[in-house]
Design a binder for this molecule. Structure first.
Ligand code: 13P
Length: 253
């Protein structure tokens, strides 16, 4: 079953108009230069840069995504952004349940699930994030934790067409530490099994499962050649055109 690899950049809370626009323009021109690409590209800038980045990406096969959204389309929710607002700005994706949102904003599996339903209704594809903390890993709970997050955060409306899973061990994010390739494959294969129970084998076998956590040009090939790894969700290295593109090239895009 061929799953098209997704190379996704999560810019997090980084970038002002000038550097964000330059980064997007750099990625756009490199992706155009690749010609016929084997992978799908996605960038998820902060909300403040979505319009400028959309413009900078014009003509390049690079999708645009938000980093979060509310579960309502409008209303009294100060500071929040709705799924419709994202589609209105040209987004086709939204990241949900990133561990930084789960930690900084107390987001539960239930909330992530509710957001995913709303995002799907608005026509957005969701990148639903899961991953264990170091304490959970040390306690041997990695597969249990990830399974519970999948069962709780992924809605019934999820299909291989509207949902991507991102496995990001919390302890590997921004630390330069990574699990071994064998560990990653083990978790991804287990996640696919849980997805099969929840959504059926057809969806599970076609759904993309990304790895995230200190992905860089030097380790991308190792992770992205694993049978159940279908792309990467990249933080720090997605802020440099050369690194982001080197990850893609080293992954066979
Ligand atoms: P880093 O690539 O900086 O470790 O971040 C990973 C991440 O959290 C992407 O969502």
């Amino acid at each position: 079953m061929a799953r098209k690899k997704l190379i996704a950049g999560n810019w997090k809370m980084n970038g002002l108009t000038a550097d964000g626009t330059a980064l997007a323009k750099g990625i756009a021109s490199e992706v155009k230069a690749l010609g016929k690409v084997q992978c799908e590209f996605l960038v998820c800038p902060p909300f403040t840069l979505l319009a400028a980045v959309k413009k900078a990406l014009r003509g390049a096969k690079v999708a645009l995504g938000g980093q979060d959204c509310h579960f309502e389309n409008k209303g009294a929710h100060t500071g929040d952004i709705s799924p419709l607002m994202l589609t209105d700005l040209g987004c086709s994706y939204v990241i949900l349940g990133h561990s930084e949102r789960r930690a900084d904003h107390g987001e539960s599996n239930e909330l992530v699930c509710k957001k995913a339903v709303a995002a799907h209704q608005a026509g957005l594809k969701t990148v639903i994030c899961i991953g264990e903390t170091l304490a959970q890993r040390d306690a041997g709970q990695t597969i249990d934790v990830c399974s519970r997050q999948i069962l709780g955060s992924v809605p019934e409306s999820a299909t291989s067409a509207n949902t991507v899973i991102a496995y990001e061990p919390v302890w590997a994010i921004g630390t330069g530490k990574t699990p071994t390739a064998q560990d990653v494959e083990e978790v991804h294969a287990a996640v696919r099994k849980v997805l099969a129970q929840k959504l059926g084998r057809g969806n599970a076998s076609k759904m993309r499962i990304l790895y995230g956590g200190s992905v860089k040009p030097s380790n991308a090939a190792e992770f992205l050649s694993l049978p159940d790894v279908d792309g990467a969700l990249i933080g720090g290295a997605s802020l440099k055109v050369e690194d982001f593109m080197a990850i893609a090239k080293n992954s066979g895009c």
